[in-house]
Write a protein that binds this ligand. Structure first.
Ligand code: NAX
Length: 328
């Protein structure tokens, strides 16, 4: 029988965890022939311990044929021991009176600790996707605190932003979303992100900007960037199932390959497009499989797009500056 892949998830008691774990155990990540082992860690409080017990009771009651083993872990080292695939979802939400810098530090401390533990005990081939916000900078902190792991083991989730952009295009052009290709998102997972439509194809054919009306085009970028807020307003809670689904898309394409499709990942910059090396930046990537990705280089830039990249880059640089006390 195929050996189970060891998958670690933080924040299993949260909204995203509640969707992600069941999708992984059902085989949506590695397919119907690959067993998985789930390791989970939430905050160590009586309330969260009880919640995690409940989540595991439900996982058990699904009788998933692929779920070979599951463990509630007492600490990061147990969680990450020989982990091959890691979703860092757990993070602190912004509390009353907290500004962005407080939030960065509060979360940064979590990712500093997790980076150190990954460094010590994770599989040397581990692949890490950071979902917890601010995800780009959290991933940067984890990567910097794990110097014995390759930087390209770390990434942050921007696939939800790409999926949102694809869905808006499909709605507007009235085509199936599966035909929409070559839409991707640059930069930070924040309001400064830049979803880029310049290379859009549907059904294999180029779609020119003139296919859209001006008003829709002007609203496209803010529409994608503020979609999370729109969902909170409509649902009374932040995006969860769509975030879990995007996290699965991200990890599956990275590890198994994206079949020649461009996919957005926030990964350490290699210096392309004037983004300083190491900065965890959303780039268009190709994923050939076996846990590899390549940043697509030398795409033509216009002054407007260059300016957009500068804005989102500078925001990320300011975030890194705010957490420099957490970097070795
Ligand atoms: P919830 O508040 O429902 O769940 C978070 C869970 O993490 C809780 O169970 C909490 O106890 C746990 N947790 C906190 N600190 C922890 C630690 N140190 N170790 C382990 N577990 C810990 O949030 P949820 O809606 O699940 O969202 C999780 C994170 O994803 C948030 O930071 C959120 O902002 C972020 N998101 C990121 C997205 C992206 O595209 N990158 C989109 C969706 C989402 O907004």
């Amino acid at each position: 029988m195929t050996r189970p892949i060891r998958i670690a998830v933080t924040g299993p008691c949260g909204q995203i965890g509640y969707s992600l774990l069941f999708r992984i155990a059902a085989g949506d990540l590695f397919g119907p022939n690959q067993p998985v082992e789930l390791r989970m860690l939430d905050r160590n409080s009586a309330e969260q311990n009880s919640k995690l017990k409940g989540v595991m009771m439900e996982l058990s009651d699904c009788a998933f044929p692929l779920l070979a083993e599951m463990t509630a872990c007492p600490d990061e080292k147990t969680l990450f021991q020989d982990a091959e695939c890691v979703f860092l979802v757990g993070a602190r939400p912004r509390g009353p009176g907290m500004d962005r810098a407080d939030l960065l530090t509060a979360n940064g401390e979590i990712f500093q600790k997790q980076g150190r533990a990954l460094d010590e005990v994770a599989s040397r081939d581990v692949r890490v996707c950071v979902v917890g916000n601010p995800c780009n900078t959290n991933a940067y902190i984890a990567m910097k605190n794990a110097p014995s792991l390759a930087p390209h083991s770390f990434s942050a989730l921007m696939r939800l932003d790409q999926n949102r952009a694809m869905a808006r295009v499909a709605e507007k052009l009235n085509v199936p979303v599966k035909t929409v290709e070559q839409v991707f998102v640059w930069g930070n997972h924040s309001n400064t992100m830049y979803p880029d439509l310049r290379f859009l194809r549907t059904g294999g054919r180029r779609v020119e900007e003139s296919a859209f009306d001006q008003e829709w085009l002007e609203q496209f970028v803010p529409n994608v960037a503020t979609r999370g807020g729109q969902i909170i307003k409509a649902r009374g809670a932040s995006s969860a199932a769509s975030a879990a689904s995007a996290a699965i898309d991200h990890m599956r394409d990275w590890i198994l390959g994206a079949e020649g499709k461009i996919t957005t990942m926030a990964v350490p910059s290699d210096g392309s497009y004037g983004i300083p090396e190491g900065l965890m930046f959303g780039f268009p990537c190709m994923c050939p499989g076996e846990g590899q990705y390549q940043i697509i280089k030398d795409l033509p830039m216009t002054p407007e797009v260059k300016q957009r990249l500068v804005v989102t880059r500078d925001e990320l640089l300011a975030e890194v500056e705010a957490v420099k006390h957490l970097l070795p």
